[in-house]
Each structure stands twice: as structure tokens, then as C-alpha cells.
Ligand binder design. Structure first.
Ligand code: A3P
Length: 330
């Protein structure tokens, strides 16, 4: 039996009885990479992610200063993690001090900003969070807002959400989840992945429900939920990073703006820079995934190389219908 199968089997055994009973009562399906998924509180989770979500909701003790980076998979999570980390810690690692020892140069952003449900509560019902004690603590999630808020209870944490064009997200999703890491062998065709995605069956999907949960949250409580777009970050990084810093309560000073500190952060977190680092070329994450798989093209509009006009029309219609009257344009 190969290593991957062994670890999957071990993990199956780790599902607790409570979750097994719950799963038996939930709608179930298979996502396009062949994983069993269950729909809980309107969102599709793998069984282990669901177990982690429940542990998080029950056991997480939020601090009002916590910052949570949220996204649908493949919407620019890695970039947003790097930017948020660099912004919040910029006085510690500015060029005047220790630029060459910046943690982003030796660790992948997913290690510096751990997922609540795909990392911390995935491996333990009550993970030890003491090593994240420096304030503000920075965590991330792919959960929709209502699921996240259950774990945040009534705290006043700040939540930053990154959204992306649905078609580019889908193409990126297919490359990441539906091909084998070792040889790029296709697990599920692009067409099949497209169909599942349109049915709403994707990890942490339906896409539109998740996006809308954060969009509405940002309208209701703009001081605590910031809604960002991948395309805007690419088009106007300085404006967007300023917006992010203001929201996080660490605005750039005039001196910082003039001394180029903002551009330094943009360069540090760029796809070109991060993907060229040794850690991201050859390193692996805690779950065995190659760090390099998080960095691909990073383009706006790559979907044009994959979707037929019929597919484009179908997904545009779905998005139009789901987002109508929300004020959100994707
Ligand atoms: P593509 O597959 O379209 O290239 P996530 O971080 O949520 O997994 O999203 C991955 C997507 O973001 C990939 O898109 C990847 O190339 C892109 N990406 C990763 N790091 C980036 C960065 N620093 N700047 C811009 N895009 C980045």
C-alpha cells in the first residue's frame, strides 16, 4: 500500500462517532477529485474538514485582536496571507532592521498563517495555539462566514475576505485539485469538474453562497469584514494594500509611503518573488503538498484558454442569477 493510501486510511479511523452519526444524516456526494463530501450548514466539506469545523466551532477561544484571512480555495489565499502577514509585522522586519530574515523568505505563507479547519483543528480537536500568542494572532479559513462566526462567538475579530472571478477560480481549482501532484495526471476532466462546480459541489462550495456570505457580512459590518478582489489587487496593488492596512488598524504613515515601504511589501509578496524562493520551489507543507503547487500563472482571464463559449455562457448565467440584487459584480 502506498504512503498516501495509508495516511488516508489512518485519517478515516480518526473520525469520531459523533461526526459519523452526523454525516449519515447529511446530503452526501463526491467532489470532482473523487473525495466524499457532505453538506453541512449549506457548505460542502470533506469528512475530515467537517470534523475540524465542528471542533473549531466548539473549542476555539477567540481574542478580539485576532485577524482571520478567509477565501474560497484558489482565489488568492496564499497572496492574501503573505500580504496580511507582511503588513501586520512590518515594523519587526522592515528593511532597516532585518529584511533578509523576513519569515516569508524561509516559510510558506500557509505555515505562517495556518488554516483553522485544514490545519489546526484538522489534526487535533483542541490544538495548542500558544505558539500563536503574539498579538494579533493571524489565522485563515475556507469556511463560509456563518460557519466561521459560530467559532468566533461574539468577539470583534477582523475578517479579510479575498474573492476572485469564478471562471479563473475554477480553472485554478482544476489544476490544483484535479490533477496528480507527481505527474500532472488528470484525476477528473475539466468538463466534469466544470459540471460539479456548476452544481455547487466543490470543496467549501457552492462558490456563490460562500462569496455572498462574506459580501453581505462586509455590507452589514464594514469595520469587521473587508471584502477584497484578486483582480483589484492585481490592477491597483498600492490602493488595495492601503485599504487593507487601514482596515487592520495599521495604516501606512506618510514617511512609510514616501520611503517605499509599501512597494517593498508588494514586491516581497509578489508571485514572482515568492515562487522563486527555495522554500517554495522545493519545500512541502505539513500535509505533504508541494509548496510550488500554490504558485501557477496568477493571471486574470486565464479561463479563456479552458472554457468553451457554451461553458462561459452557462456559468455566467448561474452567477448572474445567484448574485442578482446583491450589488456584487464578479
Ligand atoms: P492560478 O492557478 O490562476 O495561477 P490560492 O492561494 O487561493 O490557492 O490561489 C492560488 C492562485 O493564486 C493561483 O492562481 C496562483 O498562481 C495565484 N497566486 C499565488 N500566489 C500569488 C501571488 N503572490 N500573487 C498573485 N497570485 C498568486
Amino acid at each position: 500500500m502506498d504512503e498516501q493510501k495509508i495516511s488516508v486510511n489512518l485519517r478515516n479511523e480518526e473520525l469520531n462517532e459523533e461526526i459519523k452519526t452526523l454525516i449519515s444524516s447529511l446530503p452526501s456526494d463526491k467532489d470532482s477529485s473523487g473525495k466524499d463530501v457532505s453538506k453541512y450548514q449549506g457548505c460542502w466539506y470533506t469528512h475530515h474538514a467537517l470534523q475540524a469545523v465542528l471542533s473549531f466551532q466548539k473549542n476555539f477561544k477567540p481574542q478580539d485582536t485576532d485577524v482571520i484571512v478567509a477565501s474560497f480555495p484558489k482565489c488568492g489565499t496564499t497572496w492574501l496571507k503573505a500580504l496580511t502577514f507582511a503588513l501586520l509585522h512590518r515594523s519587526k522586519y522592515s528593511s532597516l532592521h532585518d529584511h533578509h530574515h523576513h519569515p516569508l523568505l524561509s516559510d510558506n505563507p500557509h505555515v505562517l498563517v495556518p488554516y483553522l479547519e485544514m490545519n489546526l483543528y484538522y489534526y487535533s480537536e483542541k490544538p495548542d495555539l500558544t505558539k500563536y500568542s503574539s498579538s494579533p494572532r493571524l489565522f485563515s479559513t475556507h469556511m463560509p462566514l456563518h460557519a466561521l462566526q459560530e467559532g468566533l462567538k461574539d468577539s470583534t475579530c477582523k475578517i479579510v475576505y479575498m474573492c476572485r472571478n469564478v471562471k479563473d477560480t475554477l480553472v485554478s481549482y482544476w489544476h490544483f485539485f484535479c490533477k496528480k501532484q507527481i505527474n500532472d495526471e488528470v484525476i477528473s476532466s475539466f468538463e466534469d469538474t466544470f459540471e460539479s462546480f456548476c452544481r455547487g459541489v466543490s470543496l467549501f462550495g457552492p462558490f456563490w453562497d460562500q462569496v455572498l456570505s462574506y459580501w453581505r457580512g462586509s455590507l452589514e459590518d464594514p469595520n469587521h469584514v473587508l471584502f477584497m478582489k484578486y483582480e483589484e489587487m492585481k490592477a491597483e496593488p498600492r490602493e488595495q494594500i492601503k485599504r487593507l492596512a487601514d482596515f487592520l488598524g495599521c495604516p501606512f504613515t506618510k514617511e512609510e509611503e514616501e520611503s517605499g515601504s509599501m512597494d517593498e511589501i508588494i514586491d516581497l509578496c509578489s508571485l514572482r518573488n515568492l515562487s522563486s524562493l527555495e522554500i517554495n520551489k522545493t519545500g512541502k507543507l505539513y500535509n505533504g503538498r508541494d509548496n510550488k503547487t500554490f504558485f501557477r500563472k496568477g493571471e486574470v482571464g486565464d479561463w479563456k484558454n479552458y472554457l468553451t463559449p457554451g461553458m462561459e455562457n452557462k456559468i455566467d448565467m448561474i452567477i448572474q442569477e445567484k448574485l442578482q440584487n446583491s450589488g456584487l459584480i464578479l
